[in-house]
Design a protein around this ligand. Structure first.
Ligand SMILES: [Zn+2]
Ligand SMILES: [Zn+2]
Length: 558
């Protein structure tokens, strides 16, 4: 369906049909000659289903194929699901990255902390300051979220405009930053010279009402800290600088000092202080100060709200932290929520505290955490402000995208497109999605190696994790006698032993029995011996264990 008409298109490469690894490209031109800008370049944290894999990121093959026409990467904010893959994927493009001061500092700190060699060239970006990239005019617009300096992007092309919201909420009273620029959004809606497409956050599209304000969370935390008889520990996302400020103000009001523990928390607070975001906040004390302060004069701010085993709160719960200990009567506030997949770890930590008589407060007990994403009333309000002709729900799993699309249709948006990663979405003229037009998928970061799921060893690792591994090695001579071995190594199988029987004995018997059963002449054939041993070990172990192990046999002919 080749055409010579100029089009404005949107290609989601990640984050549409999943929550995580957001990456999308906007193209303008005729299908044969398009210029591209890329918005965000994020990661997803791999769960237990991907053993050994640290991070998952979008496959950028489509952009690599169009690398000459890719103009730049623009980062909306510095949450990992939006910027976590920049240093892995972007250096190869040799194109600038537009980022605010906070996001740029976060990127530099990540590079230093992880000893990453590759770098990218940063162009500073600021809300309201318009810049030009080829046929696109871009205006960052301040939005409230759960990290400093989040931006929506107004992207104007010769035939239509896009408001790419990024992650946002309509918090009229955020902490540590300006509210969403509602006046500017209204002005965008009032300007009808070019039609507008809204590419919008769907995270909370299933939730009615409006998300509470960060200020209300601050008030709830202040009450809980003021009323606590002894020590208070608060764990939250290190990047939620607004929350750190709320806790610090609450502590100051209650005459308590803040002790901080956790590398990420120190790093990000350091950036925030350097950028002048913590001006009315007293310096944070290091964890060594914790034990020197009276029990009712301290608030601990620490990492580990997702149950990470090595983070501060988990070590404190296990009583293994070198500098910090809590006692019965102390209070721990989880100013956070457990990202799906982390619930078990978080509950385990809470149980440990409760068993030690420590008072645990979660968002079930009070407004100690609030989402950074818009609920349905906020989405409706945004539609009313910017009056989109086209809506493409993004940043959500299928259920969120579907709910958001329905809300958009019910609110009277003329064209609502339910896209997925890898679709080519024409926004203007005549909005429509061309499903699966573009190659996309996942890349895994395994140690320092970036690979496709097929290239990764994950399948083999899963097999090993289920069936363990048995290695048998021996040498046979030309006349068929066993010249050395058999050596047997067993890894990852149960070691229940009574006097009579064990897996080790079963394996050894299977090997020696099989060797005996092969006539000496044929025993000099390594391939034959190898196949017979493999079969015998698998089947004997299966008879004993009820599961087939992974078996490797080496037969050397000498
Ligand atoms: Zn975010
Ligand atoms: Zn996000």
């Amino acid at each position: 369906m080749a055409s010579n008409k100029e089009e404005l298109v949107f290609v989601p490469l990640g984050g549409v049909g999943e929550i995580g690894m957001n990456m999308g490209a906007y193209g303008f031109g005729t299908p044969a000659h398009r210029k591209w800008i890329v918005v965000d370049c994020g990661v997803t944290f791999a769960g237990p289903a991907l053993p050994g894999i640290e991070l998952v990121m979008p496959d950028p093959t489509f952009l690599e194929e169009n690398a000459d026409d890719v103009l730049a990467l623009i980062l909306t904010h510095s949450h990992e699901d939006h910027y976590g893959a920049v240093l892995d994927l972007w250096p190869g493009f040799d194109r600038p990255v537009y980022a605010t001061a906070f996001t740029a500092a976060m990127l530099a700190a990540k590079r230093a902390a992880d000893n990453i060699v590759d770098n990218v060239s940063i162009v500073p970006m600021r809300p309201g300051r318009v810049f030009q990239l080829g046929p696109f005019t871009i205006e960052p617009i301040n939005v409230a979220h759960s990290i400093p300096e989040s931006n929506g992007l107004l992207i104007t092309s010769p035939i239509g405009r896009v408001l790419h919201t990024g992650d946002w909420k309509l918090d009229p009273t955020p902490v540590g930053g300006a509210p969403t620029d509602v006046d500017r959004l209204a002005a965008i809606g009032a300007d009808d010279t070019l039609p507008l497409a809204l590419i919008c956050d769907s995270t909370n599209a299933l939730k009615e009402g409006s998300s509470p304000s960060e200020t209300e969370v601050g008030d709830a935390l202040a009450e809980l800290i003021a009323a606590a008889p002894y020590r208070v520990a608060v764990t939250t996302f290190a990047s939620n600088v607004g929350r750190v400020i709320s806790v610090a103000r609450a502590a100051q009001k209650a005459g308590r000092q803040i002790v901080m523990s956790g590398r990420a928390m120190h790093r990000i607070s350091g950036i925030a202080r350097e950028l002048g975001m913590l001006e009315d906040i007293a310096p944070f004390l290091d964890q060594e100060a914790f034990k020197t302060l009276p029990r009712d004069k301290v608030v601990l701010l620490c990492t580990g709200s997702q149950g990470e085993a090595r983070a501060a709160v988990s070590r404190i719960a296990r009583g293994e932290h070198p500098a910090i200990d809590l006692n019965a009567g102390d209070r721990v506030i989880f100013s956070s929520w457990a990202i799906p997949g982390n619930e078990r770890e978080v509950i385990d930590i809470q149980n440990m505290f409760i068993d030690r008589g420590i008072d645990v407060i979660t968002r079930d007990d009070g407004l100690v955490h609030v989402t950074g994403h818009p609920r349905r009333d906020e989405l409706r309000r945004l539609y009313g402000l910017v009056k989109p002709a086209v809506l493409v729900p993004v940043h959500g799993e299928a259920v969120h995208l579907r709910a958001h699309a329905k809300l958009g249709r019910d609110s009277g948006i003329p064209s609502v497109i339910e896209a997925r990663n890898g679709d080519m979405v024409r926004l203007f003229p005549d909005a429509m999605a061309m499903p699966g037009e573009v190659r996309t998928g996942e890349l895994y970061l395994d140690g320092t190696i970036l690979c496709t799921p097929e290239e990764s060893g994950v399948k083999g690792r899963r097999r090993l994790s289920f069936g363990g591994h048995i290695v048998v090695s021996l040498c046979v001579s030309a006349n068929g006698s066993v010249a050395a071995g058999p050596e047997i190594a067993i890894e990852g199988l149960p070691e229940v032993e009574d006097d009579e029987e064990s897996l080790g004995l079963v394996v050894r018997r299977a090997v020696t029995g099989t060797l005996k059963s092969i006539p000496p002449k044929r025993r000099s054939d390594p391939d034959l011996v190898n196949a017979a041993l493999n079969r015998a070990v698998r089947s004997e172990v299966n008879a004993f264990w009820g599961k087939k192990p992974n078996v490797t046999v080496f037969v050397h002919r000498i």
